[in-house]
Ligand binder design. Structure first.
Ligand code: IPD
Length: 264
């Protein structure tokens, strides 16, 4: 597959979508249009309009691809390429005006994520990755993102995390978190998995753990992290909806063992 072309399309559409969301966002709080899995799982009209815009642009360029988006029906394509899209990752932040929400666009080929682009809508900072070619940040001059060892000990690790929106799942996650927090420096719940994973790639976090993500939360940011050299793992090795753990290889094994021991 022409991964560079796919990347350029993801980036062009991601930037247009981010500009749309910036111009459409009213001052103050944004109205919640509906809720999904629970009262905390919110959707706004701007999420929906943003996904429609992304679908239109992608299908105008590549009419036969598949599409998996957070807000609309899946489309089965015939090219082997599927787009995995979160029009606003971090919708709760978006609603409250906390400037940590992103457009996340990834392309998958035969089941493997090959391209990912994440743009922080409020700041304009952008990260991208192409499988096998590395990860980069487009803020100012483009630069390669390469994860470097951060801490030597888990007790010094700052760990990004998030919680699922289903109350029973949250309660279990909180119990595992209660065992985990005393063993690390601290945790951050930024509210956008895509931005968490890009920040992990940049070394702003030492590690990451989350359960119950959806494919569109993980696809683009996960590729940025992996291409930067972060190890992402899950229950059966690969990260998936059930568990995503991430860390630099220098601490990954020890960190993954801690996460498992805490009952995540
Ligand atoms: C959410 C964010 C959040 C994560 C949730 C996701 P959304 O995505 O990525 O950080 O903890 O699990 O659902 O709903 O804002 O697109």
């Amino acid at each position: 597959v022409p991964t560079r072309e796919l990347y350029d399309l993801a980036r062009r559409v991601g930037l247009e979508a981010a500009a749309y969301v910036r111009s459409a966002r009213p001052a103050g709080r944004v109205d919640v249009a509906s809720t999904k899995s629970s009262d905390t799982d919110v959707v706004t009209e701007i999420d929906e309009a943003c996904e429609r815009l992304i679908r239109e642009r992608i299908f105008a360029a590549r009419p036969d691809d598949g599409f998996v988006g957070e807000e609309g029906d899946d489309v089965i394509g015939s090219t082997g390429v599927d787009w995995v899209v979160d029009p606003i990752d971090g919708t709760v932040n978006f609603v409250y005006g906390i400037p940590m929400y992103a457009v996340s666009i990834a392309a998958r080929h035969d089941g493997e994520i090959v391209v990912g682009h994440v743009v922080n809508i409020a700041s304009g900072a952008e990260w991208g990755a192409v499988a096998g070619e590395g990860a980069w940040c487009h803020e100012g001059d483009d630069r390669r993102v390469l994860a470097a060892p951060t801490v030597a000990r888990l007790s010094h690790a700052l760990v990004a995390t998030g919680f699922n929106y289903v109350p029973e799942v949250r309660a279990k996650q909180a119990a595992a978190m209660a065992r985990f927090i005393p063993q690390v420096r601290d945790i951050r719940r930024i509210g956008s998995a895509a931005l968490d994973l890009c920040a992990l790639a940049e070394g702003q976090f030492d590690a990451y753990v989350e359960q119950g993500l959806k494919p569109w939360d993980l696809a683009a940011g996960g590729l940025v992290a992996r291409e930067a050299g972060i190890v992402l793992s899950g229950l059966d090795g690969g990260p998936d909806e059930r568990l995503v753990m991430g860390a630099h290889p220098a601490i990954a094994e020890e960190y993954f063992a801690l996460v498992r021991a805490c009952g995540f």
